[in-house]
Design a protein around this ligand. Structure first.
Ligand SMILES: Cc1cc2nc3c(=O)[nH]c(=O)nc-3n(C[C@H](O)[C@H](O)[C@H](O)COP(=O)(O)OP(=O)(O)OC[C@H]3O[C@@H](n4cnc5c(N)ncnc54)[C@H](O)[C@@H]3O)c2cc1C
Ligand SMILES: NC(=O)c1ccc[n+]([C@@H]2O[C@H](COP(=O)([O-])OP(=O)(O)OC[C@H]3O[C@@H](n4cnc5c(N)ncnc54)[C@H](O)[C@@H]3O)[C@@H](O)[C@H]2O)c1
Length: 460
């Protein structure tokens, strides 16, 4: 049985850089991957979706070009080329990541499915056949998450799409119904709408992006509805069946019942951790009631020397959080630091168009926490850069602490909302207060310059 200093299960956004750095630090390391190096982000998540969203935005921009006095005529898409571009980018990222692993001295990449067969022992079902048992002093679980399939009558009998399989479509669906009105549902929904599909989004909450403030949810609903996306909220999907080429989706919303006929169905109702087949009973690592691995603030499980990083541990499920998990674990173990996952900022950006960049707390949360707060809102229609570039949809919103003048949070539903939000994140981390930003000199005419005006809305 081969023994390593460290084994990483899953070549995702935390596992790959951690494996390389541990090996570079002199630890004899193995990384086990059951599918593709790069994990969800590179193969089925951020990379392919953002590549395709760029094509969808080009369609939208081309159709809007006449507003700027540029007549393009009929806008046609070449879906084969859109998919090929996406596949090429994914391949480039994956190969570069795999090459990075293979070029790291002291690091072995094993393609297979890892399962605990003892406290610090793993049995690998090798992709090439056969199995191998390996042990290590340190084990890092980075197995990520997969699509959650809701319990809906008839769903099992339907060839529904997930965020992974939809990326393999060779043609644009005629009518795509999406179950779930959050990140995945909205990014794909708007993308395929722009490619020419009819889109219906079914969301069980009273609004899309239900965790956000009502005004942000309503503004995005209006933007998507104006693009002719149908959004049905407060919905219960009661039954799904297939009739020849059509999928029938029976839904109830309030007192209304209707049958939606679709060509394709995308399930975007959340993700579940990949822990069920890890054999965790053999090592005694504890899970929460949703199957996420329980960790302390240093990401160590209840078993000393076994850590969990990224989506598999629950909490915010983003690439930058998985990556930050790696930096925390690595620095604490190898550099002797004392970093914790508590109190780190959790920025995120949903890549609808306009984007929704978010940081800190929402107005709803400030109210729940009974803080002495004030809110500043600036519609993008008042932003010079937005007017000049024909990007006037959305709004900037910030929540501030009246006593300390600190920025508590922001929701930037705007063109380049993610970048504008990051400026505010830096201010929050650096302790720059809203009254300083109000008079900060920014280059004209940038989106960021409008942060002056945003904070002018606060009269304290
Ligand atoms: C459609 C979509 C779009 C997204 N867009 C964004 C975005 O724009 N921005 C953002 O920040 N986040 C986005 N995310 C979320 C992001 O992809 C994840 O948060 C991130 O990939 C999590 O990284 P991870 O390292 O925890 O796990 P993963 O990247 O999922 O890696 C886990 C790896 O472990 C492997 N594995 C699992 N079990 C085993 C086993 N038993 N043995 C061996 N290997 C195993 C898996 O095959 C996988 O390669 C998106 C997700 C999806 C689905
Ligand atoms: N840009 C980004 O950062 C980005 C993009 C895509 C995905 N992600 C990550 O992927 C994760 C998963 O995204 P997601 O959108 O699938 O999940 P989610 O958990 O964020 O949202 C799922 C939505 O589906 C709804 N829903 C659940 N069951 C339903 C049902 N039976 N009928 C109707 N609606 C139902 C929920 O109310 C919720 O609004 C997210 O947590 C996010 O962190 C991030």
């Amino acid at each position: 049985m081969k023994h390593y200093d460290a084994i990483i299960i899953g070549a995702g956004q935390a596992g790959t850089p951690l494996a390389k750095k541990l090996a570079e630090a002199g630890k004899k390391t193995a990384i086990v991957e059951k599918r593709l190096v790069g994990g969800t982000c590179i193969n089925d998540g951020c990379t392919p979706t953002k590549a395709m969203i760029a094509s969808a935005r080009a369609v939208y921009q081309a159709k809007k070009a006449s507003d700027l006095g540029v007549d393009i005529g009929d806008v046609k898409i070449n879906f084969k080329k859109i998919k090929q571009r996406k596949d090429d980018i994914v391949k480039q990222f994956r190969e570069s990541s795999e090459k990075g692993i293979n070029n790291t001295k002291g690091l072995q990449l094993i393609f297979g499915t890892a399962k605990f067969s003892g406290e610090k022992e793993l049995t690998i079902a090798l992709n090439d056949g056969g199995e191998e048992k390996i042990t290590a002093d340190l084990i890092f679980i980075n197995t990520g998450a997969k699509t959650a399939i809701p319990e809906i009558e008839g769903l099992d009998a339907i060839d529904y799409l997930t965020s992974t399989t939809i990326l393999d479509l060779e043609a644009v669906p005629e009518h795509l119904v999406v179950i779930g009105g959050n990140y995945i549902g909205l990014e794909f929904g708007q993308m395929f709408n722009r490619f020419g599909s009819k889109i219906t989004i079914l969301e069980k909450s009273s609004g899309i992006i239900a965790k956000e403030d009502q005004d942000i949810s309503s503004a995005l609903t209006e933007i998507l509805t104006n693009e002719k996306i149908e959004i049905i909220t407060d919905v219960k999907v009661s039954k799904i069946s297939r009739d020849k080429k059509q999928i029938q989706i029976a839904v109830e919303s309030g007192k209304t019942k209707k049958n939606i006929i679709a060509s394709h169905l995308l399930i975007a109702a959340g993700r579940i951790p990949q822990t069920a087949d890890l054999g965790l009973e053999s090592c005694g690592v504890k899970l929460d009631d949703r199957g996420h691995i329980l960790v302390n603030e240093k990401l160590e499980t209840n078993i000393k020397g076994i850590y969990a990083l990224g989506d598999v541990k629950g909490g915010p499920a983003f690439t930058h959080i998985a990556y930050n998990d790696y930096t925390i674990v690595y620095r604490n173990l190898i550099e002797g630091t004392n970093y914790s996952i508590h109190d780190r900022p959790v920025p995120y950006c949903m890549f609808t168009d306009p984007q929704l960049g978010r940081i800190g707390i929402s107005e709803k949360e400030a109210k729940e926490q009974k803080l002495n707060y004030e809110v500043a809102v600036l519609p993008m229609a008042y932003v010079a850069r937005g007017i000049e570039t024909n990007e006037t949809l959305g709004l900037m919103k910030a929540v501030v602490d009246v006593d300390t003048k600190k920025i508590l949070g922001a929701a930037i539903l705007a063109s380049e909302g993610g970048e504008i939000m990051s400026v505010l994140q830096m201010a929050m981390e650096g302790g720059i207060t809203y009254d300083q930003i109000r008079y900060c000199v920014f280059a004209h005419p940038t989106y960021t310059e409008s942060l002056n005006n945003l904070f002018m809305k606060i009269h304290k």
